[in-house]
Each structure stands twice: as structure tokens, then as C-alpha cells.
Design a protein around this ligand. Structure first.
Ligand SMILES: NC(=O)c1ccc[n+]([C@@H]2O[C@H](COP(=O)([O-])OP(=O)(O)OC[C@H]3O[C@@H](n4cnc5c(N)ncnc54)[C@H](OP(=O)(O)O)[C@@H]3O)[C@@H](O)[C@H]2O)c1
Length: 326
């Protein structure tokens, strides 16, 4: 039986009188800091000490008191770790761990570093996880409309006996209990997220590119191929999200489309590869591969980025958005 929590199930009062330090002010940190502050929490922001840190300037422009990671750790009761994942182990080792005290709460936004042992918090602090299931700008926009985004929470270690109440209160302060949050393990959050990124984002993006490439190779106009490869999928996804896949197929698409989906879709997907990637993810192979790439300065990623940026599909996208709107 799944544990699902909504606003009415959660008390914010456990955060009263506590200082929340948002450690890292990027895509998620900016949104979560603003939402928590608007929910009445006392929020400070930890950033790199360097004057060149874009995060520090941005947090100050948004009216937050900023300080380096070590000082924010000392002043905090609850730390929201919002650093880029590969950067977390070094910052944790040098600035956070030496300044932790018993009874604090470390709240991660992805279980990656804890699950794979790159960060091993002491048993004197709560180790929890809260992840809103959307990019930061969307988390903020929903909150400002009085809504929230679905999220998940997890308790890896409960040092104070109140870790669950604290992480749920964080989820409420950020707005996610307005939509609902589910409780799961660090393992499922991390592996589920990594699996989704490889299969769904990886698969969908490569399928869109292949769709474009094959059409253009066969003489279709790039702008028509672009619309077919991206734009039509976007509108269809909105309908499926709102009404469900079957409702889309049976009542909101043509019978030709329904027949094409049911008979040809399975041929496009390599089920064995999907299962193999799931197994690799469970064995930690994706995590090790990514950490090794980061440690080398991401040479493979930079190479792949360069060639993708120069592709005909990207060039077509620029003119397409100019001619037909985003
Ligand atoms: N992106 C999302 O929407 C999303 C969604 C769900 C969960 N998450 C999770 O949220 C967490 C934060 O992700 P994010 O995407 O918000 O991160 P991000 O925007 O890439 O970076 C956040 C912060 O990390 C700092 N940082 C980067 N490299 C650093 C280094 N080497 N040393 C010290 N600080 C460094 C940046 O500071 P500077 O400005 O000084 O460079 C910035 O303040 C991650 O655990 C991620 O998995 C993100």
C-alpha cells in the first residue's frame, strides 16, 4: 500500500523557528527557496564563496541572505542540498560534513550520492529526500498559481524521531503536497530517475531525431519533418496526460492513427534493450559511467553536444520557431 500525502495530512509547524539553508542556487534551489520563503519559512542560501558565482549574485538579487556553504551549514537546522549532483561529494566533504551538528536534517533532491556511497552522512543527523517531479521554473510557476507539482519523499535515516514529519513539511512548504507526494526509498527514486532519463528521454529524443532524419533523407521539407517529429508529439502528450492513453487512442485520434500505434509501435521499441538498461541501472553501471565521465571533465558529453548542435534538425528548429512560433 502506497503512502500518499496531501496538504491536509501535513503540518508546517515543525519547521517553525527552524532555519532552512538552501545549499546551491541553481534550477531547483532557486524555486524551492522562493516557495519555502513564501510559505513562511526562514530561508538562507549557501553558495560558492567566489564573487564569480552566478548563484550568489542571483540569490542576492532575489533578496536572500547568502553565505558560503560552510557558514550556511553552521547556521541551518535543515539543509536542502540543491547542488549539481557530481559537485556534491567534494562540497559535502570539505564544507558541509565538518560543520554538521547532531539533530540537523540533510534533505537531498536526488538520492544518487547517498545511494552510491559518495556521501555517507553521520547517524546523528536525519537523512531525507524530497523531489518535486518537474524542472525548477515549473515548480515555482505552479506554486505562484496556488498549485503544486507531484513529488516524492523518502527517509533514509531518522536520527531525531521526526525525520518523516520534517521532510513532509519541506514538501508542503515547496507546494508539492497541494498535488500529492508519495513515499518511496532512496533506491527507487534514484534508479527510477536514472532509468527514466535513459529510456524515456533518451529513447524519445533519439526517435524524434531519427524520424526527422529519415523524412529529410526521403525528400521531405525540413520544416514539415520538424513539425512531424516534435510539435505533433507535444500536443498529443498534453491530451494523453489530461485524458489517458486509451481515451486518446479510441476517441481523440483517427482510427488510422490508432491502428498504426497498436500494430507498428511495438516494432519500433527494442524491449530487450530497455530491460538490459534497467538491469545495468540496478547494478550501478550507469552511475559509475557518469561519475567517470564527470571526473574526466565530460569529454564525451562535450563532443556529442558539439555534433548535435551543428545538426540539420537543430538548424531547422531555429527557423521553425521563428516562422511558426514556440
Ligand atoms: N534540474 C531540475 O529541475 C531537477 C529536478 C529534480 C531534481 N533535481 C535535483 O536537484 C539537485 C540540484 O540540481 P539542479 O539541476 O538544480 O542543479 P544546477 O542548477 O546544475 O546547479 C546548482 C548549484 O550547484 C552549484 N555548483 C555547480 N558546480 C559546483 C561545484 N563544482 N562546486 C560548488 N558548487 C557547484 C552551482 O553554483 P555556481 O552558480 O556557483 O556554479 C549552483 O548553485 C540535484 O540533486 C538534482 O538531481 C533537479
Amino acid at each position: 500500500m502506497e503512502n500518499i500525502y496531501h496538504d491536509a495530512d501535513v503540518e508546517l509547524s515543525i519547521l517553525k523557528g527552524k532555519t532552512l539553508a538552501v545549499i546551491g542556487y541553481g534550477i531547483q534551489g532557486k524555486a524551492q527557496a522562493a516557495n519555502a520563503r513564501d510559505s513562511g519559512c526562514a530561508v538562507i542560501v549557501g553558495t560558492r564563496a567566489s564573487a564569480e558565482s552566478p548563484s550568489r549574485a542571483e540569490a542576492e538579487a532575489d533578496g536572500f541572505q547568502t553565505m558560503d556553504y560552510a557558514e550556511a551549514t553552521r547556521r541551518a537546522d535543515v539543509l536542502l542540498i540543491e547542488l549539481a549532483d557530481p559537485a556534491q561529494p567534494a562540497v559535502y566533504r570539505t564544507e558541509i560534513a565538518p560543520n554538521l551538528r547532531p539533530g540537523q536534517t540533510l534533505c537531498f533532491c536526488h538520492g544518487f550520492n547517498v545511494l552510491y556511497g559518495a556521501i555517507d552522512p553521520p547517524k546523528t543527523v536525519n537523512t531525507v529526500l524530497f523531489v518535486p517531479n518537474a524542472p525548477g521554473a515549473f515548480v515555482r510557476a505552479k506554486y505562484q498559481k496556488g498549485e503544486g507539482v507531484y513529488g516524492c519523499v523518502s527517509v533514509d535515516h531518522d536520527a531525531t524521531g521526526t525525520a518523516r514529519e520534517i521532510v513532509l513539511a519541506i514538501a508542503k512548504a515547496v507546494g508539492s503536497t497541494r498535488a500529492g507526494v508519495v513515499e518511496l526509498s532512496f533506491q527507487h527514486e534514484t534508479e527510477g530517475d536514472n532509468f527514466e532519463e535513459q529510456i524515456l528521454y533518451g529513447g524519445a529524443i533519439h526517435l524524434m531525431r531519427l524520424c526527422f532524419q529519415v523524412m529529410v533523407e526521403h525528400g521531405y521539407s525540413p520544416s514539415f519533418a520538424y513539425a512531424k517529429s516534435i510539435r505533433s508529439l507535444r500536443s498529443v502528450l498534453d491530451v494523453m496526460d489530461e485524458h489517458g492513453i486509451e481515451s486518446y487512442l479510441t476517441t481523440r485520434s483517427s482510427r488510422t492513427c490508432e491502428y498504426a500505434v497498436r500494430t507498428r509501435g511495438p516494432r519500433v521499441i527494442n524491449e530487450a534493450a530497455v530491460r538490459e538498461i534497467f538491469a545495468e541501472t540496478e547494478r550501478g553501471e550507469f552511475a559509475r559511467d557518469w561519475m567517470a565521465e564527470w571526473a574526466l571533465g565530460m569529454p564525451k558529453l562535450h563532443r556529442m553536444r558539439r555534433s548535435a548542435a551543428e545538426s540539420e534538425m537543430e538548424r531547422t528548429g531555429v527557423t521553425w520557431r521563428r516562422d511558426f512560433g514556440a
